[in-house]
Design a protein around this ligand. Structure first.
Ligand code: HEM
Length: 380
């Protein structure tokens, strides 16, 4: 075949360029417009941040983008599952500031890494086989787990105690269920759990209404990504930078730091009617409830970063709740004239959320309950 003349080659080139421009430019524009909405240059809340985040969720939608801080706030459980679980390989890093590095926080497993398997600890232990110093650091994970576990379970238990003091009718119903199913001769055991739906509902309700970490923990994305936009844009994203900055003209959905807000998700009025009212009965309405998967307890977070201590936390908290209900009577405290002392029900406004100190009365239900409690102290 005869070679094309230079004139034809030039004309073909111009035509191809024009078609490419027509094809790309409108989409580039629509992509830029498709960045999630959010407040412009907001001042970021330091106390009760979840309240402001939830408010932004109401104003801007389930994904709120804070451009100034390069941060996405996720207020909706379905979006959190789509991004943090279904695309977990992209959204499972943790933020690491210079100050954290200077404090050697990059050695703490729960703040690291990447990785491809399901167990980060196992992966690191294998990588560091034969290096005692590194293995020692991996073992230090136990200490971090203790810190992560102690405050969170304490928060759940404090919320439970406060809620029972404020709702003695709920306490009585739970106690009646335990007496009917287990009797009075022994304390509840794990084997009893599925026979105690009302107690389970109380536990689930506490975890829903009072997540110990109402803001969750930051996830950081390691690559650009698109969500609910066309495949065409998805392909183009591969050429865009991973710096986490929005580059002019790059087709990038900004998703560097993500905050999932368990508190907002747990109080989503589209999912829960009267989300702020403590009514465990509502968990009993559908056939499987309240015994659904532990994955439905959003307070434990999402994806590859989901709380590693959640089975321990779930069992420990449930057993403590069931044992307290079986043996103790929780009431408002009384002053010297016999009047009930009011409880403000206020919570701390910081990272770990706890009820503020309040007065209450905790006594054994009766002599039999007292004996059951004392027997645990002498049991083998
Ligand atoms: C009621 C009790 C607990 C609650 C509500 C809770 C909640 C959470 C949440 C929200 C996260 C972040 C998840 C995410 O980023 O998506 C987390 C992470 C973590 N939790 Fe818990 N937790 C509890 C108990 C425990 C216990 C008992 C342990 C250890 C024995 C523990 C160890 C950890 C660790 C090590 C991480 C970091 C995991 C990682 O970054 O890969 N937690 N927890």
């Amino acid at each position: 075949m005869a070679p094309a003349s230079p004139l034809f080659a030039t004309l073909y080139g111009i035509a191809a360029l024009a078609i490419a421009l027509l094809y790309f430019l409108p989409r580039r524009q629509s992509f830029v417009e498709s960045l999630p909405p959010g407040p412009q240059s907001p001042s970021m809340p330091t106390l009760d941040a979840w309240v402001q985040y939830q408010q932004w969720g109401k104003e801007y939608g389930e994904l709120v983008y804070i451009r100034k801080h390069n941060m996405l706030i996720i207020n909706n459980a379905h979006v959190a599952i789509d991004l943090l679980e279904k695309c977990a390989c992209l959204y499972s890093d943790r933020p690491m500031t210079q100050v954290m590095k200077l404090c050697e926080a990059d050695k703490i497993l729960s703040i690291q890494k990447t990785g491809s398997g399901t167990s980060l600890i196992a992966e690191l232990a294998l990588e560091n086989e034969g290096k005692p110093a590194e293995i020692k650091k991996i073992k230090a994970m136990g200490t971090v787990s203790f810190m992560a576990g102690a405050d969170t379970i304490m928060s759940a238990m404090s919320s439970f105690l406060l809620t029972m003091v404020q709702n003695s009718d709920v306490q009585s119903k739970a106690r009646a269920e335990i007496d009917r199913v287990i009797g009075r001769d022994r304390l509840p055991m794990f084997e009893d759990r599925r026979s105690l739906p009302y107690v389970e509902s109380i536990y689930r309700k506490i975890m829903r209404m009072h997540p110990a970490l109402p803001l969750g923990l930051f996830h950081v994305s390691t690559e650009d990504d698109f969500y609910r936009v066309t495949i065409f844009l998805k392909v183009d994203v591969r050429s865009s930078p991973m710096s986490g900055e929005i580059m002019p003209g790059s087709l990038q959905v900004e998703a560097r730091e993500l905050k999932d807000i368990p508190r907002a998700m747990n109080r989503d009025p589209n999912v829960y009617s009267e989300p702020d009212t403590f009514k465990p009965e509502r968990f009993l309405d559908s056939p499987n409830r309240p015994f659904t998967s532990i994955n439905n307890i959003l307070a434990f977070g999402f994806g590859r970063r989901v709380c590693v201590g959640r089975y321990m936390a779930d069992n420990t908290t449930w057993l403590a709740i069931a044992s307290v209900l079986a043996t103790l009577d929780l009431q408002k405290a009384k002053d010297s004239e016999g009047n009930e002392v009011d409880i403000s029900g206020e919570y701390t406004r910081t990272f770990f959320r706890h009820p503020k100190p309040y007065q209450c009365s905790i006594t054994p239900r009766d002599l039999q309950a007292r004996d059951s409690i004392l027997a645990t102290a002498t049991a083998d």
